[in-house]
Design a protein around this ligand. Structure first.
Ligand code: ADP
Ligand code: MG
Length: 602
């Protein structure tokens, strides 16, 4: 067996396998080159999801004919001046992208540096170079990648449909656009413009927030807290959404390290830790965080596509992110909590008169009025109505419930007596009390009901009086539309409504009154996280959880006596209803005997 050196062409093709995995990675390399070339505008256009054509045009500093010839050579780069791989200030540095693209596609480059007479072009096809030769082009560079992977048909087979490849490309460009608000970006997919952001002006922070709003949505820029912190030479900057602005997955969490978009588990973990006390476990905040540190403190050369980084001191970065997020949330949380305590005060105050001043009943609110004043009590009353969420069940509603109702008290879960914190149902049984977590219980009921109906009759649906149009981004809308028949089986009837919207016609009956908009958005997020490999039935638990979150019995919803009792009866009739989908109990029962023991009566 003879050992031989591989021809250059084969070496490049092998390297291409690592650097250029799909059209989106080609776009990433080309746009990063434009950014490194000091471009202020970058325009990308595609055919067939980038499979047949990608062009990237910039107004950067261009290349001379000599530079063109070098640029397509392996390991030729203008970006690494010395030999220090740990002192990198550009997006590129490996000198691999252009030769790799030249090996697996038909690559053509036309370029003209400022203040030069003419442009020059060079062509590489399956590794064979022609040029440079004179051409016509304004200042800047235009790179065309035709028939990507035509030279490596095996790779071609792994590519997804045009739509999927296009959305991956958009994702790549959006991340780069978030990192560089000073640069304008445009993406055209051959049929229409898919993204356009203009170069931001003025202050970096304003420009950045504006850009984040353009990409992540206005609701983010309007509900984001400014994050700013520094420790041991690591700077953190960016924005984090308030907890109430949350999503079904972590796809709206972005991290940038020295201007480079990265996917790093460190971010997700830190964000989860910081929001832990403010958000349900299955909800995820939106954040965009920018870490700046000395290039030597981070290794970006872990992966050919440079999508991962390794921090020299990951602990510091993690601690910095958690600390800064918690701090920002605490500041925002303080504002929120004053309104909550005002509501609590309002609820307690009217009842203050029969109680002696300083009665222990006040202790729980951490507030004890020194001299209860009538004015305050009246203000409190005024607060009660609009901020009902934290108030106990109003007397009128409590009166609906007959004090002695042996009929329902004989049921295992008893007769509903009150709803507290708009979250828990307290019911009276023959020999004790039951506290039900209404949301957990409802989620479980939805799940069990769907599982059963899927096997039998199908989930019963209710038609909306007026079908509702939900605007989404195009990939989310098409993802949902592609699953319309599966969703219909689950009781949700939707159809595509133009580009980037779906029409909701029917919803699962057992959800009651729902906000279809919010439900559809969350389902779209959820489906993006599943990927295409799973059927919704395989993910039934998650889907039901999401649906139940929008059903009429979610936490924070006031229920009347009838609704509460209906829920209790349904729980009794449903198997496994004693625990929620995450294994937590849906209700707790206290026997009278236990309560008596608690008070030393026994
Ligand atoms: P790297 O970016 O790692 O240096 P590439 O193969 O992507 O390697 O590019 C090789 C060289 O070609 C770059 O170092 C740069 O000098 C030049 N180049 C590539 N794209 C452009 C562009 N759009 N404008 C100006 N120069 C470019
Ligand atoms: Mg490059």
């Amino acid at each position: 067996m003879a050992i031989r050196r591989l021809p250059e062409n084969v070496i490049n093709r092998i390297a291409a396998g690592e650097v250029v995995e799909r059209p989106a990675s080609a776009v990433k390399e080309l746009v990063e080159n434009s950014i490194d070339a000091g471009a202020t505008r970058v325009e990308i256009s595609l055919r067939e999801g980038g499979k047949s054509l990608i062009t990237v045009t910039d107004d950067g500093f261009g290349m001379t004919p000599d530079e063109l010839s070098l640029a397509i050579e392996r390991h030729a780069t203008s970006k690494l001046s010395g030999d220090d791989l740990f002192d990198i200030h550009t997006m590129g540095f490996r000198g691999e992208a252009l030769p790799s693209l030249g090996a697996v596609s038909r690559l053509s480059i036309v370029s003209r540096p400022p203040d030069t007479e003419s442009a020059w072009s060079i062509l590489v096809e399956g590794g064979t170079v022609s040029g440079p030769s004179p051409a016509a082009h304004p200042y800047g560079t235009r790179i065309e990648v035709r028939d990507l992977f035509y030279a490596t048909p095996a790779r071609l087979k792994f590519l997804k449909g045009d739509r999927t490849e296009t959305s991956q490309i958009l994702d790549v460009v959006k991340r780069l656009a978030m990192a560089r608000p000073d640069i304008g970006f445009m993406v055209h997919d051959g049929a229409r413009e898919r993204l356009r952001v203009v170069p931001g002006t003025g202050d970096l922070l304003d420009a950045r927030l504006d850009r984040l709003g353009a990409i992540m949505g206005r609701e983010f820029s309007e509900n984001a807290l400014r994050i700013e912190a520094e420790r041991d030479g690591v700077r953190l900057d960016g924005y984090a959404g308030v907890p109430t602005l949350n999503r079904a997955n972590s796809m709206q969490q972005f991290l940038f390290v020295n201007g480079r978009p990265v996917r790093d588990k460190l971010l997700f973990g830190a964000v989860r830790a910081a929001y832990m006390d403010f958000l349900a476990r299955n909800r995820h905040p939106m954040v965009a965080l920018f870490v700046e540190l000395e290039p030597r403190q981070v290794d970006i050369n872990v992966h050919p596509a440079k999508a991962e980084v390794r921090f020299r001191d990951a602990g510091t970065v993690r601690g910095l992110i958690i600390g800064a997020l918690k701090h920002a949330l605490a500041e925002a949380g303080h504002r929120a909590s004053t309104t909550v305590s005002a509501a609590a005060l309002g609820a307690v105050q009217p009842a203050a008169n029969p109680l002696p001043t300083g009665a222990s009943g006040y202790g729980g609110y951490g507030y004890r009025p020194a001299t209860p004043s009538r004015g305050l009590a009246e203000q409190g009353m005024a607060f009660q109505a609009p901020l009902g969420g934290a108030a106990p069940i109003p007397p009128s509603a409590a009166n609906d419930i007959p004090e002695n109702d042996p009929g329902t008290a004989a049921y295992p879960l008893g007769a509903a007596r009150a709803q507290v914190h708009a979250t828990y149902i307290v019911s009276q049984t023959d020999d004790g009390i039951v506290i039900v977590d209404q949301h957990a219980a409802h989620e479980r009921l939805v799940y069990e009901n769907m599982k059963r109906s899927l096997g039998e009759t199908g989930v019963s649906r209710q038609a909306l009086l007026i079908p509702e149009v939900v605007e989404l981004d195009e990939s989310a809308a098409s993802r949902l539309a592609a699953r319309a028949s599966e969703l219909a089986e689950l009781g949700l009837v939707i159809e595509a409504f133009g580009e980037g919207a779906v029409l909701v016609r029917e919803v699962p009956a057992l959800l009651g009154q729902i906000n279809a908009q919010a439900l559809i958005r969350d389902l779209a997020d959820e489906m993006a996280a599943f990927g295409d490999a799973f059927s919704l039935k395989e993910k039934l638990e998650e889907v039901c959880g999401t649906m139940a979150c929008h059903g009429s019995v979610r936490a924070g919803r006031r229920l009347n006596a009838e609704e509460m009792n209906a829920l209790l009866r349904e729980m009794e009739a449903t198997p496994h209803s004693g625990q929620c989908n995450h294994g937590r109990p849906t209700y707790v029962e206290l026997k009278l005997a236990d309560i008596e023991r608690l008070f030393g009566r026994r």
